[in-house]
Write a protein that binds this ligand. Structure first.
Ligand code: URA
Ligand code: SF4
Length: 245
């Protein structure tokens, strides 16, 4: 089954308690699965890439989502902000970081002195993964993508990085970190540090890009002490701004 191909052995799977596959909404497209690579054009024009991503079936997540949410921002941006996946609002509007987490992020970027024109925003996974509430209802409950889905979507991210060639990537939370560094990545170990990354790990020291890891803005929204969490988040973003100097 195409959906099984991307799952790691440790992945708990994508079924609800009754065993139904939660990512299988509509009928699968005949070319579903296998990862995004064969959908990614050679072009490194963001416009061309974004248009091609609209019809990606590299994993099953397009089935339950409204649309692909590709990255957004100028190709001259020096900072690439990497989130997890579009949320409910982003799925409806087709733009990354336009919901509550995005508003918090905007405030934090302004406070850290990172101007809009220097920021490209994208996500590790370009389709919204959600499930219905256990008791039924219309609300769409966010579900983190699996490692298999993160890996399937990675070719889009690599193309975006090649197109923008940022001076620094800010990894917002665990899924972003796993997309860059693999399944063993933990935010707690990496937070606030600046490391060098390359799509091919052997080349990291030669041709790497600086990656600063921090928490996800929605973790700030969930924190008991929001103000302290916000200040910590801004301090991390300032560290990314330092790399630009
Ligand atoms: N959270 C993310 O990680 N990305 C978005 O685009 C919105 C919310
Ligand atoms: Fe393609 Fe990524 Fe969407 Fe999966 S999540 S269908 S790989 S764009």
């Amino acid at each position: 089954m195409a959906t099984e191909r991307h799952r790691s052995d440790t992945d708990p799977g994508d079924t609800d308690p009754a065993g139904r596959d939660l990512d299988a909404g509509a009928e699968p497209h005949p070319d579903e699965g296998g990862g995004a690579e064969r959908f990614v054009p050679r072009s490194r024009s963001l416009r061309t890439l974004g248009a091609a991503a609209e019809s990606c079936h590299g994993c099953e997540l397009y089935r339950n989502a409204t649309q692909t949410v590709f990255g957004s921002g100028p190709r001259t941006a020096r900072v690439l902000l990497l989130g997890e996946q579009p949320g409910d609002q982003e799925d409806r509007l087709g733009e990354p970081f336009v919901g509550p987490a995005g508003h918090l992020l905007d405030r934090a970027l302004a406070e850290a002195g990172l101007p809009e024109r220097d920021v490209y925003r994208t996500n590790a996974v370009k389709h919204f993964r959600w499930r219905p509430p256990p008791g039924g209802g219309r609300r769409r409950i966010h579900q983190s993508p699996t490692q298999g889905q993160i890996t399937a979507c990675r070719p889009w991210l690599l193309a975006e990085v090649e197109a923008v060639r940022p001076a620094v990537i800010v990894a917002l939370g665990a899924s972003a970190g796993k997309s860059l560094f693999g399944p063993s990545f933990r935010v707690g170990d990496a937070r606030g540090s600046v490391r060098t990354w390359s799509a091919e790990p052997e080349a990291a020291s030669a041709a790497g890009i600086a990656v600063m890891t921090t928490i996800h803005p929605s973790a700030v929204l969930r924190a008991d002490d929001r103000e302290a969490a916000f200040d910590g988040f801004v301090a991390d973003l300032r560290r990314a701004a330092e790399v630009l100097k």
